[in-house]
Design a protein around this ligand. Structure first.
Ligand code: KIV
Length: 276
C-alpha cells in the first residue's frame, strides 16, 4: 500500500469520504494505528501531557518532538505522518521556523508539520511552504495559547470569536495549508467553515460535519488518567485491563508462579555436572 498523501486527503474531501487521524507517540502504537488504516498520524505535542506528564503542552521541546517523531516514523509505513511544531519553535523568527519545520522532516521522518494559529501565522506558514514542507493549520482552541485564552475553553461561541475563526480559516486556506484542525469549535460553525474552505478540515470537538476527525490515542484507548474532555469517546477502556494485568504479574512473581517452566531456558545435565 502506498503512503497517504496530502493530495489524497483533498481527494477524500472532494469525494465526501471522511478522513481519519489519530495521535501516536511511539513505535508500537504507531505500527498499530498504521495497520488499522488510519489516514494521518499526528505526533502531537499533546505528548507533553499524556506521555511526559506535564500539565500543558508548553514545556515540550523540538528535541522531544524529533525523538518521538522518529519512533513513529519507524512504525508507520502507510499513514501520513504529521509532526506538531512545539511552543516557541515557530514564534521567534521565520528562519528559525523554517529550520525547525525542516528538522521534523529531515531528522524526524515526518511528511508534514502542524502549527497553531490563524491570520497572525500566515507569513510563517507561507515561508515553510516555500521550503516545500506541507503545513497543517490548527485553529479554535489552540493549547499553546492556553494562558492567553484563559483556559481550555470552546472557541467561537460569540459573534466576534466566530467571525475571527472564519477569517483565520480563510487566511490559512488561501496561504496553502493542506488541512486545518478545528479544535473545540461549535458544530454549526465548524460545518460552515468546512463548506467554505477548499482544504479538508479535521475536527476535534468540532462536530460531525468536518471532513475528518482526530482524537488523542490515549483517550481513544482509555489509557489516560487525567481530565477527559466532553468531545472524547473511549473506544476501549484499557486502563482497568492494564491495571489487572500488572496486579496479576505482581502476585505471580511474589507467589513464585512466574516464571513457569515454559518461560525458562534449559542447559544439559552434562554441562551442569562439569561446572566447578
Ligand atoms: O497535540 C495534539 O494532539 C493536537 C490534537 C489535539 C489535534 O494538536
Amino acid at each position: 500500500m502506498a503512503r497517504v498523501t496530502t493530495a489524497g486527503l483533498r481527494f477524500k474531501k472532494a469525494n465526501k469520504e471522511k478522513i481519519t487521524m489519530l495521535t501516536a507517540y511511539d513505535y508500537s502504537l504507531a505500527a498499530m494505528v498504521d495497520e488499522a488504516g488510519i489516514d494521518v498520524i499526528l505526533v502531537g505535542d499533546s505528548l507533553g501531557m499524556v506521555v511526559l506528564g506535564y500539565d500543558s503542552t508548553l514545556p515540550v521541546t523540538m528535541d522531544d518532538m524529533i525523538h518521538h517523531t522518529r519512533a513513529v516514523a519507524r512504525g508507520a509505513k502507510n499513514s501520513l505522518i504529521v509532526a506538531d511544531m512545539p511552543f516557541l519553535s515557530y514564534h521567534v523568527s521565520i528562519p528559525e521556523a523554517i529550520r525547525n519545520a525542516g528538522r521534523c522532516i529531515q531528522e524526524g521522518g515526518a511528511q508534514a508539520v502542524k502549527l497553531e494559529g490563524g491570520e497572525e501565522r500566515v507569513d510563517t506558514i507561507k515561508a515553510i511552504l516555500d521550503a516545500q514542507i506541507p503545513v497543517m493549520g490548527h485553529i479554535g482552541l489552540t493549547p499553546q495559547s492556553v494562558h492567553q485564552l484563559g483556559g481550555f475553553k470552546v472557541q467561537g461561541k460569540d459573534l466576534e470569536g466566530a467571525n475571527k475563526l472564519i477569517r483565520d480559516a480563510r487566511a490559512l486556506d488561501a496561504a496553502g495549508v493542506f488541512s486545518i484542525v478545528l479544535e473545540c469549535v461549535p458544530a454549526a460553525l465548524a460545518a460552515r467553515i468546512t463548506a467554505e474552505v477548499s482544504c479538508p478540515t479535521i475536527g476535534i470537538g468540532a462536530g460531525p460535519d468536518c471532513d475528518g476527525q482526530v482524537l488523542v490515542i490515549n483517550d481513544v484507548l482509555g489509557m489516560y488518567k487525567g481530565h477527559i474532555p466532553k468531545f472524547v469517546k473511549k473506544f476501549a477502556n484499557l486502563e482497568p485491563l492494564i491495571n489487572a494485568a500488572l496486579r496479576a504479574y505482581k502476585e505471580e512473581v511474589e507467589r513464585g508462579d512466574f516464571p513457569a517452566a515454559e518461560h525458562c531456558f534449559t542447559i544439559s545435565d552434562e554441562v551442569l555436572e562439569k561446572l566447578y
